[in-house]
Each structure stands twice: as C-alpha cells, then as structure tokens.
Design a protein around this ligand. Structure first.
Ligand SMILES: O=C(CO)[C@@H](O)[C@H](O)COP(=O)(O)O
Ligand SMILES: [Fe+2]
Length: 225
C-alpha cells in the first residue's frame, strides 16, 4: 500500500529548563507533541555542548512510549549508534557533512533497529543528500546553522524542501530552526510534514495552542494535495 504523509510536530527541548527534563518533556507530550526532538551536540561539529545517550536513556526510562528522535550534531555519527539504540531511540538523525561513508552509517543505524534521518546544514546543497535517499526514512532540512536554539528562520531554505517534495512525494521531510506560528505556512506550503519547534513552543504562554497552530497549518497543505 502506498505510504501517506502525515503531519508530526516534534518540539525541541533544547531551550527548556533542562534541570526539569522529564517534566518539561511530559508537558510537551501532554500539549500535543507527536514526538520529542532531542538535540545532541558534541562541541566539535557545532560550537555547543548538550547531552548524550546517558541522559536520553534516563528520559526513555521515564517516557517508555514516547517517540524520540535524536538530532545528532556530532562529528562522528557512527560512534553513538549502539548507545542510542540501547537507549531505545526511535530515529537517529545525523548530519551527512562530516561523514566519510554516509551509506555505512545508514546501514548501521538500520541494523541497530532505528529509523534513519539525514540532516543537511544550510550551506549543503540538496543534491548531496539525494544520492542516499533510498536509505533514508526522513530528510531534515536545517533552517538555521545547527548549534543553538532561538535563531532566525532562513526562508531561503524553502527551495530545498520544494525540490525534495516535488521529487519524493511520500518522503518524510523535517524542518528545524526558528520555526513557529509566524513562518509555519511557508514551511507547510514548501512541503515539510515534520516540524521541529523549540523556542516558539517552550516560551509560549499556551504551548498546546502553538502546537495546534503548527499542526493545522501543515494539515491544511497536506489535504490540498
Ligand atoms: O537543532 C537545532 C539547533 O541546532 C534545533 O532543534 C533548535 O534548537 C530548535 O530550536 P528553535 O530554533 O526552534 O528555537
Ligand atoms: Fe535540532
């Protein structure tokens, strides 16, 4: 049966109060999040440091049924595959830029039982990821330079999404960086169906309302097709 696209909203907990990681995550799930987007940074691939598999594993123990994606902003993605699989991560999304052998990393992620997400930075052309498309479950188009939450959304990344959506109508395409109610329409119109939103959800007075706004905007465009 042909795959049908669905909208999924995955808040990023990067700018949440990380001393309350479980409570903050539970709040996001209760607010309507479809999955959690966990930003793992190693201080080398990006100039920032967050958390790794020990923290993800603790969170998983508290949230056994939550879909978790780790966004691996790390220099050596192959290094953390088995540890993240052991933490029962559902999807391992890694950047293709530092990899010598993207296909090998894809294979290892699959063998470890996780879905494969391939991420590209703003400066990376979409053609670089296309050669691996058959091995991927999802493509992440970054709309900020990876490394920090709260940055300004780059509208000029939308042609990448439009091109991918045109060529791969049933592919999951995720956007990440500076996304909120103000710019969700352009992302949805371009063809993104998986939406990461950090600051706009975390700092909102009414997170369920913001998550619903994001979801409604994407569904509106998905239903048009
Ligand atoms: O991967 C990243 C940043 O590198 C993101 O997941 C952001 O942290 C999302 O936060 P906002 O840009 O929405 O504040
Ligand atoms: Fe991210």
């Amino acid at each position: 049966m042909a795959k049908t696209l669905s909208c999924k909203i995955g808040p990023s907990i990067l700018n949440a109060d990380l001393s309350q990681l479980y409570n903050e995550s539970q709040k996001l799930i209760d607010s309507g999040a479809d999955y959690l987007h966990l930003d793992v940074m190693d201080g080398t691939f990006v100039p920032n440091l967050t958390f790794g598999h020990p923290v993800v594993k603790c969170l998983r123990n508290k949230l056994p049924n939550t879909v978790m994606e780790t966004h691996m902003m790390v220099q050596n993605p192959i290094q953390w595959i088995s540890a993240m699989a052991d933490a029962n991560v559902d999807q391992y999304t890694f950047h293709i830029e530092p990899c010598d052998d993207v296909s090998l990393v894809c294979r290892k992620v699959k063998e470890a039982g996780m879905k494969v997400g391939l991420a590209i930075k703003p400066g990376t052309p979409v053609t670089s990821v296309e050669e691996y498309i058959d091995m991927a479950d999802m493509i992440l188009v970054m709309t900020v330079e990876p490394g920090f939450g709260g940055q300004k959304f780059m509208t000029d990344m939308m042609p990448k999404i439009e091109l991918l959506r045109e060529k791969y109508p049933t592919m999951d395409i995720e956007v990440d960086g500076g996304i909120g109610p103000n710019n969700i329409d352009v992302c949805a119109k371009a063809g993104a169906n998986m939406i990461v939103s950090g600051t706009a959800v975390i700092l909102a007075k009414n997170p369920p309302k913001v998550i619903k706004q994001l979801k409604d905007a994407v569904n509106k465009h998905l239903n048009k097709k």
